[in-house]
Design a protein around this ligand. Structure first.
Ligand code: ADP
Ligand code: MG
Length: 638
């Protein structure tokens, strides 16, 4: 992505202006915070000269530093009808000033605004990953109308329109190449920096860069539905979705703040009568309590860490639709994998064709290719490709066509019913000879597709898909950390077994229809606990939705991408291991943060009770711990 991005920067002069304007916006909080710090220092230096002047400067420091957070706190209180730490800090600062501790109240505001600026920085950082994506989306396209070129805005493009994309231009929409060939840099979508060759009938994606050829492209998606747009939507929802632990802390915040306020109110009175502190001491201790008991650090324990981890993984081509999925990954007990397109590359090739006696192989293949032409199943694509390599006779017209997900394809030619797909689908019992023939293929890990006409088997086609290079390593890693690995496939059990052995998975379940995949996931959840599903096809979508974490391969179908919780943009299974490790690291950091935040609060409350700390110390201890947990969370950016 970095490379693609830099190309765009060089080409777009508007970029600079936008950047300058946003610096103030982006760093506004930080600037205000630093300004309040400087004023604070000036006020402190002037204290001995003029009390009035220094007080005025202190007030200015309060307002400049506290404005953003106070506004946020008050707005949130009204909007969510719940109390928050911002409010506590606000009260503590004003309280300190009222009892004459301007300087201490000022430090409180200064450090609080500083930690706020730090939090904003984290948010912006992960938003930037997305706006970097936005920059990659061109605004205009060159439309071909009756052979003439016309520049139109991307939003006007309709499915079926033809556009021309010249060398060096960014692709404005998702489509299929209908003329020409070229090399395309798909880094924006896949994160893979190596350019790929694309020719006739290949799909290309909005946001990617056409490097050297001139191509004519037929639009296949509206600009609002491109893969690219989906990625952006995805990352955006990820940011607004809060993880359960974050939600817990936020619910807890309201109760906690009320409790603190109540105790502080009591502490403003009781010690005077009970322990004999004078009034100033009592009020002073109550203010210190208000500061140190605030759960600022606790509230900041999770969100910055989660956002850092999400934006870090987005950069590496792993998109999380929310922090919760990242949180869960490290607790997985089992992972189920689809076969084609997931454990394997999803680009099978036809290796063998067997036809019954008396059947013309060329004619049969032509019929089959004419049907499969309508399906976008990887097996179908392979069969059509195989046919095109062998023959230049055009495909036949079919009367009706039905793509039965997870089983095969059904068509009518001249009143005959033709089926291509699993044995069950083509003909319940199969055919003795064909069955025998198929065993050799299946044992070699090949997928066997049956062809039948009016339920009579006429032949079989064997296809071999290769296991992805990283499959074995990923499976091994998962097993080594105690996660059960299962192959879940619609293919026959002999092939499934061969592939399962090759990949090294613990178990396999074969001949699953799409809804059965879902039932098996439910079963694994009961048997093993938290279960993930990794898949790519429409047939995997129900299982992806059912699983505790649904992981889709980025090259998969749209439905799979939409139902999944996590998308692997580079189609690289190894990213699963990386994500699990990141999840572990994140959970560890969150735990450290929560523990540390609570420990500091308890320690400071006790010290305050024994009059062992003063207000400045309380402020620094409390705010310091807040900044530390945020910084600890930022470690996940690396
Ligand atoms: P997987 O679970 O391995 O991704 P699917 O559920 O997509 O496999 O398909 C299961 C089986 O159904 C395939 O192995 C194949 O035999 C058959 N099948 C599905 N669609 C087609 C098709 N379009 N053409 C031929 N066979 C198909
Ligand atoms: Mg599949």
């Amino acid at each position: 992505m970095d490379k693609a991005h830099s190309i765009v920067l060089n080409h777009d002069p508007r970029e600079k202006k936008v950047k300058r304007a946003s610096i103030l916006q982006e760093h506004g909080e930080l600037i205000a915070s630093l300004a309040s710090g400087v004023l604070l220092l000036v006020g402190w230096l002037l204290q001995s000269q003029s009390v009035v002047l220094s007080t005025i400067i202190f007030i200015a420091s309060f307002i400049i530093g506290g404005y953003a957070k106070a506004k946020e706190g008050i707005e949130e209180t009204f909007k969510e009808k719940s109390l928050n730490v911002e409010l506590l800090m606000f009260l503590a600062a004003i309280g300190s000033a009222l009892i004459g501790y301007w300087w201490e109240g000022g430090i409180l505001i200064f450090i609080f605004s500083l930690s706020g600026a730090l939090e904003t920085y984290t948010n912006n950082k992960s938003k930037k990953e997305i706006s970097a994506l936005f920059d990659l989306q061109p605004e205009t396209a060159t439309l071909l109308v009756d052979g003439m070129e016309k520049v139109v805005s991307v939003g006007e493009l309709e499915i079926g329109d033809r556009i021309i994309v010249k060398p060096g231009e960014r692709i404005p929409a998702d489509g299929e190449i209908i003329k020409g060939e070229t090399t395309i840099d798909e880094a924006a979508i896949t994160g893979e920096s190596l350019p790929v060759r694309k020719g006739l009938k290949d799909n290309i994606f909005a946001g990617t860069i056409n490097i050297n050829g001139s191509i004519v492209v037929e639009i296949t998606k509206k600009s609002t539905e491109t893969l690219f747009q989906k990625i952006i939507d995805l990352v955006q929802t990820a940011q607004s979705e809060k993880s359960p632990s974050q939600l817990f802390i936020e619910r807890f915040e309201d109760t906690y703040v009320k409790l603190v306020l109540l105790i502080v109110l009591l502490m403003m009175v009781i010690p005077h009568y009970l322990i004999g502190w004078n009034w100033t001491e009592t009020l002073y201790r109550a203010m210190v309590l208000l500061v140190v008991a605030s759960p600022c650090a606790l509230v900041a324990s999770i969100m910055p860490a989660t956002l850092s981890a999400i934006s870090n993984s987005a950069k590496k081509g792993i998109l999380f639709k929310g922090g919760v999925h990242l949180e869960r990954l490290s607790q997985l007990k089992a992972i189920a994998f689809d076969k084609t397109g997931t454990l394997t590359k999803g680009t099978p090739v036809v290796t063998d064709v067997y036809v019954k006696e008396g059947v013309n192989e060329a004619d049969l293949l032509r019929k089959v290719a004419s049907m499969e032409h309508f399906s976008n199943h990887p097996l179908a694509t392979a069969i059509v490709r195989h046919y095109n390599l062998q023959s230049d006779r055009p495909l036949l017209d079919v009367e009706t066509i039905e793509d039965v997900t997870g089983s095969g394809i059904l068509a009518r030619f001249d009143g005959d019913e033709w089926r291509v797909g699993t044995k069950d689908f083509a003909n319940q019992t199969g055919d003795e000879e064909a069955n025998k023939e198929s065993m050799v293929f299946k044992n070699a890990g090949k997928t066997v597709v049956y062809i039948s006409c009016n339920r009579e088997v006429l032949g079989i086609i064997a296809l071999k898909d290769t296991i992805r290079e990283e499959t074995k390593k990923t499976i091994q890693f998962l097993k080594s950390i105690g996660i059960k690995t299962i192959l879940l496939t619609g293919d026959n059990s002999v092939t499934a077994k061969a592939i399962a052995e090759e990949a090294g998975v613990d178990e396999f379940v074969a001949e699953c229809l799409p809804e059965e995949k879902l039932n098996h996931i439910r079963e694994f959840q009961q048997k093993y606990g938290l279960t993930a599903m990794v898949g790519d096809g429409i047939n995997d979508a129900p299982a992806l939705a059912m699983a505790d974490v649904g992981i889709a391969m980025g090259a998969g179908t749209d439905v799979a991408l939409e139902t999944a919780d996590v998308v692997l943009m580079k189609n690289d299974l190894g990213k699963i291991s990386q994500s699990i490790e990141l999840s572990k690291k994140m959970n560890r950091i969150v735990k450290q943060n929560v523990f540390f935040a609570i420990a500091v609060i308890v320690l400071l409350i006790i010290s305050n009770f024994f009059q062992a700390i003063n207000l400045p110390f309380g402020v620094v201890g409390h705010e310091g711990s807040t900044i530390l947990v945020i910084l600890n969370g930022l470690r996940l950016l690396k």
